[in-house]
Design a protein around this ligand. Structure first.
Ligand SMILES: Nc1ncnc2c1ncn2[C@@H]1O[C@H](COP(=O)(O)OP(=O)(O)OP(=O)(O)O)[C@@H](O)[C@H]1O
Ligand SMILES: [Mg+2]
Length: 250
């Protein structure tokens, strides 16, 4: 049995806009397991990003519980949450979210300096990640001076610099062309093969097939939970997923 790394119980989220309350997450009980590559799918507005933000502690739930291993995310104050998040979660955003006036290297090092002090060691690790992501020639560039794919690879290096227990990515290829998308997905797949737990939101069938588990959201609830058998090729997974999605309203 795999170890549970994140768990939600009766999780809810509503947004108050003016006079009305919009229910977005409506009672989600979910266990995510160590070493899995989990994908969250669902139609636009089904609550995928909100769920990912809640699970990572970037959004505060309206009700229910979220556990990051033994840490009760739902009852931590903001300061504690920030500390825990830095250690537990690496987050990759659709629009990269790099700091515009810092170089690539500096962007990667910010979260590291907040956690540890050994600057030389951290610089070495940052450069090693940049080599792995094929952006080592860009150490001194600003985000505005490189392509979207390069920015996303930088943001992935930033996400994993602290060896987080989970990497979360919200449509990480949503703003990229197809070859950059493949490169980003290959990096996430490699990380997962080395044992990194990954949770990714996507609406693309092909990207979703990088996962071994797919959770399907509808109206803020889990409608389905698919696990692929071990050893399937991407093409075999794609066939299964397309069959499974046929008839679904999304
Ligand atoms: N800050 C907010 N205030 C009010 N409503 C919000 C807020 N954030 C999200 N919502 C609403 O919550 C619902 C779910 O949003 P969410 O962004 O989680 O959907 P999603 O599944 O990620 O959609 P997409 O595929 O378009 O990214 C939507 O109806 C959205 O309008
Ligand atoms: Mg979204």
């Amino acid at each position: 049995m795999k170890e549970v790394i994140i768990e939600s119980k009766g999780l809810t989220k509503q947004y108050n806009t003016g006079q009305t309350t919009v229910p977005v997450i409506n009672g989600i009980n979910l266990s995510l397991y160590k070493g899995d590559f989990t994908v969250i799918m669902g139609s636009s507005g089904s609550g995928k990003s909100t769920l990912l933000y809640l699970l990572s502690g970037l959004e505060v739930p309206s009700g229910g519980e979220i556990w990051l291993q033994d840490k009760p995310v739902h009852s931590l104050d903001e300061k504690m949450m920030t500390l825990i998040r830095r250690e537990y979660i690496g987050f990759v955003f659709q629009d990269f979210n790099l700091v515009p006036n810092l170089t690539f290297l500096e962007n990667i090092l910010i979260p590291a300096y907040l956690v540890k002090n050994d600057r030389n060691k951290l610089q070495e690790r940052a450069k090693e990640l940049m080599r792995k992501m094929d952006i080592i020639d860009l150490v001194d560039r600003l985000p505005s001076e490189v392509s979207g794919g390069q920015q996303q690879r930088c943001s992935m290096a930033r996400a994993i610099i602290n060896n987080p227990r989970v990497v979360m990515a919200d449509e990480p290829t949503g703003n990229l062309n197809s070859s950059s998308s493949e490169a980003v997905l290959d990096i996430l797949t490699d990380l997962n093969e080395q044992g990194q737990s990954v949770v990714m939101v996507t609406h693309e069938v092909k990207s979703a097939c990088r996962a071994n588990r797919i959770i399907f959201l509808k109206d803020g609830q889990i409608e389905d939970d698919l696990r692929f058998d071990d050893g399937l090729t991407i093409e075999e997974k794609e066939m299964q997923l397309l069959k499974w999605l046929a008839g679904k309203d999304w």
